[in-house]
Design a protein around this ligand. Structure first.
Ligand SMILES: Cc1cc2nc3c(=O)[nH]c(=O)nc-3n(C[C@H](O)[C@H](O)[C@H](O)COP(=O)(O)OP(=O)(O)OC[C@H]3O[C@@H](n4cnc5c(N)ncnc54)[C@H](O)[C@@H]3O)c2cc1C
Ligand SMILES: *[C@@H]1O[C@H](CO)[C@@H](O)[C@H](O)[C@H]1NC(C)=O
Ligand SMILES: *[C@@H]1O[C@H](CO)[C@@H](O)[C@H](O)[C@H]1NC(C)=O
Ligand SMILES: *[C@@H]1O[C@H](CO)[C@@H](O)[C@H](O)[C@H]1NC(C)=O
Ligand SMILES: *[C@@H]1O[C@H](CO)[C@@H](O)[C@H](O)[C@H]1NC(C)=O
Ligand SMILES: *[C@@H]1O[C@H](CO)[C@@H](O)[C@H](O)[C@H]1NC(C)=O
Ligand SMILES: *[C@@H]1O[C@H](CO)[C@@H](O)[C@H](O)[C@H]1NC(C)=O
Ligand SMILES: *[C@@H]1O[C@H](CO)[C@@H](O)[C@H](O)[C@H]1NC(C)=O
Ligand SMILES: *[C@@H]1O[C@H](CO)[C@@H](O)[C@H](O)[C@H]1NC(C)=O
Ligand SMILES: *[C@@H]1O[C@H](CO)[C@@H](O)[C@H](O)[C@H]1NC(C)=O
Ligand SMILES: *[C@@H]1O[C@H](CO)[C@@H](O)[C@H](O)[C@H]1NC(C)=O
Ligand SMILES: *[C@@H]1O[C@H](CO)[C@@H](O)[C@H](O)[C@H]1NC(C)=O
Ligand SMILES: *[C@@H]1O[C@H](CO)[C@@H](O)[C@H](O)[C@H]1NC(C)=O
Length: 536
């Protein structure tokens, strides 16, 4: 494709070249920065062993390792001057102190799943602090808690819990390679959401390195900052080192099922009924649905399939009687159900049923693709006519997989006040809906075509989803909602996406940000602005 494939990002690249050339040109600054790192960290484990510049042969491997979205692996993507993979807290502290001193930005990366690549891409000269080596997990069954370092993945957390106890779990996301550093600081939900809320609702302490390079825990950071990092995104406030999480009880037997219905099998009627009941079901029962176009039974024919995936915290007979009572339309049969343990249900949802548990420890187990996801919240069911328009759009998509995933809230989510954490989508947000498109072909044009399709679907959905604001989930980051211009965005501008992600909690986040990072050192395309920009 050549250089024209970078056309869309030319402004960005120009900015980058300009600034990185000037930075690299003064190689003494570069040397001084590296020296600064050594001076400010613990000599017992020299930081030089974990510092990578483009001159180190392993730089690229380390950079690419946890990039989940192939859209950000192209030659147009700006790269970090330095990558640090800390082994000690003092390595993180040195990275903060020295980056501040030498005018570099920091992108903290834990699992690298950010939808828009904000943990490893920046328009201005930057370094990556990649926490993948800081991933120890300490489960205390007696206390019903665990200390988890930020670089651990959800799979490692689930594995470590199950390694110690069969009757505890943790309510977080479905994909095992997601990192706890990003996930827990942005909310985090999965199959236990209706029973126990978000991952962020189950954090009881944390360590963070602030913009002065100081290590703080819950007591020393204070309740405002501790509130902010449980749903407000860690990246605006510092670098999270570890979380103390509260384990939750799970029964020794749970039941899972996956049932697919096409249009010919009454998919539409079933989906309409599901939308009436899914948020009101017993809190032990979670049923999400994903919908996509598939080949029909006749050659060349297309149809819509809807797949219901469920976790029930009990046995098959309990599940069948609940379904019979509330959702008989699905026609769930005993044969569809599988009784298993909670940890096996984790494998089941991740698509690894029947494999040894240690697949959860494999950080590179998911196949990577190019993707663009967007999100909404539903306050009422999508009517039949609305569904028909979605089907039409699905049939238009070529050479890519398009999907909507709808997850029900209700249960515990209704009981937690909107201001308890920065994540505000509680009572009244009946369902979260995610629009997903992914593809395997490289190239800017292909990418643009598929991204345009998601935007079209998003636009089409406007009448059916939450309004004023049209809400969005921070962990499903979407730069279409707007972006900071290198940190100088006004409160008014930032509130366009800030109110979507945080609703009324946005103002408190601005206050906390102003107090703990007054120089706006920790910033990115959608970081929380300072209040001094209130009137700009
Ligand atoms: C395949 C896939 C499946 C997913 N499934 C779910 C799901 O089931 N449920 C759900 O809720 N979400 C899900 N997500 C979204 C996921 O929760 C977010 O992308 C989350 O932010 C990822 O965390 P990370 O550490 O892997 O990402 P990263 O890309 O490393 O970080 C994400 C953001 O957090 C910041 N950050 C990372 N680490 C730190 C740190 N230590 N301190 C401060 N800031 C930090 C980064 O700078 C960046 O801004 C999924 C994403 C993908 C790609
Ligand atoms: C340096 O690290 C070692 C272990 O790696 C630790 O025992 C020591 O306390 C650390 N010193 C400082 C000053 O952090
Ligand atoms: C990268 O190269 C520098 C200079 O040769 C060296 O000091 C450093 O240890 C290397 N980094 C790693 C992780 O090997
Ligand atoms: C716990 O982990 C250890 C070490 O990985 C392993 O040998 C052991 O079999 C595990 N125990 C359980 C109950 O999973
Ligand atoms: C769907 O049908 C098309 C041709 O009509 C075929 O090329 C494609 O492989 C089919 N897809 C699947 C998943 O079977
Ligand atoms: C299923 O669970 C219920 C409630 O816990 C229990 O009363 C019942 O005996 C169980 N049934 C079977 C077949 O295990
Ligand atoms: C389903 O419910 C109906 C009444 O609502 C009842 O007659 C029937 O026995 C139930 N079936 C099962 C399998 O529980
Ligand atoms: C239940 O799980 C077992 C083991 O993973 C599998 O062999 C079986 O096919 C599953 N049954 C259903 C109905 O999914
Ligand atoms: C992790 O998963 C990938 C993809 O399935 C596989 O190629 C690799 O061998 C696995 N690594 C380990 C250590 O099992
Ligand atoms: C889809 O892919 C096929 C094969 O690569 C190609 O011939 C076709 O033009 C593509 N369709 C579109 C709409 O790009
Ligand atoms: C977002 O899109 C990717 C790629 O299609 C997909 O693997 C992932 O599951 C989506 N996110 C969630 C939370 O479903
Ligand atoms: C913000 O704008 C002011 C004046 O326009 C400028 O002096 C300052 O350097 C800018 N800050 C950033 C971070 O771009
Ligand atoms: C950071 O250090 C400066 C200078 O020592 C101090 O004035 C400021 O209060 C510190 N900030 C925080 C958030 O502790």
């Amino acid at each position: 494709m050549g250089s024209s494939s970078c056309a869309e990002t030319y402004i960005l690249v120009f900015t980058l070249l300009f600034s990185s050339v000037s930075w690299a040109a003064s190689s003494s600054v570069h040397q001084n920065f590296l020296q600064c790192l050594t001076l400010n960290s613990n000599s017992s484990t020299p930081i030089t062993k974990v510092v990578y510049t483009p001159h180190n042969s392993s730089y690229e491997t380390v950079l690419d390792f946890s990039i989940q979205n192939l859209r950000f692996t192209s030659s147009c993507t700006p790269r970090p001057q330095v990558i640090v993979t800390p082994l000690l807290v003092s390595h993180i502290q040195a990275a903060v102190i020295c980056s501040k001193k030498y005018g570099l930005q920091i992108r903290a990366r834990s699992g690298g799943h950010d939808y828009e690549g904000l943990s490893y891409v920046s328009e201005v000269p930057f370094i990556i602090v990649d926490l993948l080596e800081l991933r120890s997990i300490n489960v205390d069954v007696e206390d019903g808690s665990a200390w988890v370092e930020a670089g651990a993945t959800l799979g490692e957390v689930y594995y470590s819990i199950a390694n110690k106890t069969a009757t505890h779990g943790f309510p977080a996301g479905i994909c095992p390679t997601v990192g706890v550093g990003g996930h827990l600081s942005g909310g985090g939900y999965g199959t236990l959401l209706r029973k126990y809320g978000l991952a962020a609702d189950n954090i009881i302490d944390a360590y963070i390195v602030d913009s002065n390079g100081t290590l703080l825990n819950r007591e020393s950071m204070g309740e405002d900052l501790f509130w902010a990092i449980r749903g407000g995104g860690g990246a605006s406030f510092g670098i999270i080192v570890s979380w103390k999480i509260k384990l939750v009880p799970v029964p020794s037997t749970v039941t899972v099922f996956t049932v697919t219905r096409t249009l010919e099998q009454d998919a539409e009627k079933i989906l309409l009924k599901w939308q009436q009941v899914a948020d009101k079901l017993h809190e032990d029962l979670f049923i999400r649905v994903y919908v996509q176009a598939v080949n029909g039974s006749q050659e060349g024919e297309r149809t819509i399939s809807s797949t219901y995936e469920s976790l029930f915290l009990g046995n098959t007979s309990g599940l069948l009687s609940l379904m019979n009572e509330s959702f008989p339309e699905l026609g769930l049969a005993a044969d569809d159900c599988n009784e298993t343990s909670w940890i096996e249900s984790v494998l089941y949802f991740a698509g690894f049923s029947g494999q040894p548990l240690d697949v959860l420890l494999n950080r590179s187990q998911t196949s990577k693709n190019y993707f663009k996801n967007k999100s909404d919240f539903l306050k009422e069911p999508i009517p039949e006519t609305g569904l028909h328009g979605i089907w039409k759009l699905f049939y238009e998509l070529k050479n890519a997989t398009g999907m909507i995933i709808i997850s029900p809230y209700g249960g515990r989510m209704n009981e937690i006040p909107e201001t308890e954490t920065p994540f505000p989508h509680r009572k009244g947000s009946l369902y979260s809906i995610q629009y997903v498109v992914n593809w395997l072909e490289e190239g800017e044009e292909v990418s643009k075509r598929h991204i345009d399709w998601t935007r079209k679907l998003y636009k089409y959905m406007a009448p059916y989803v939450s309004k004023s604001p049209r809400a969005a989930y921070l962990n499903y980051r979407d730069l279409d909602l707007g972006r900071n211009k290198n940190g100088n965005t006004s409160y008014a501008q930032a509130s366009i996406w800030g109110l979507k992600y945080y609703k009324i909690n946005f103002n408190r986040l601005v206050q906390v940000k102003t107090k703990v990072d007054p120089s706006n050192f920790f910033r990115n395309e959608q970081s929380i602005p300072l209040s001094s920009w209130w009137k700009k």
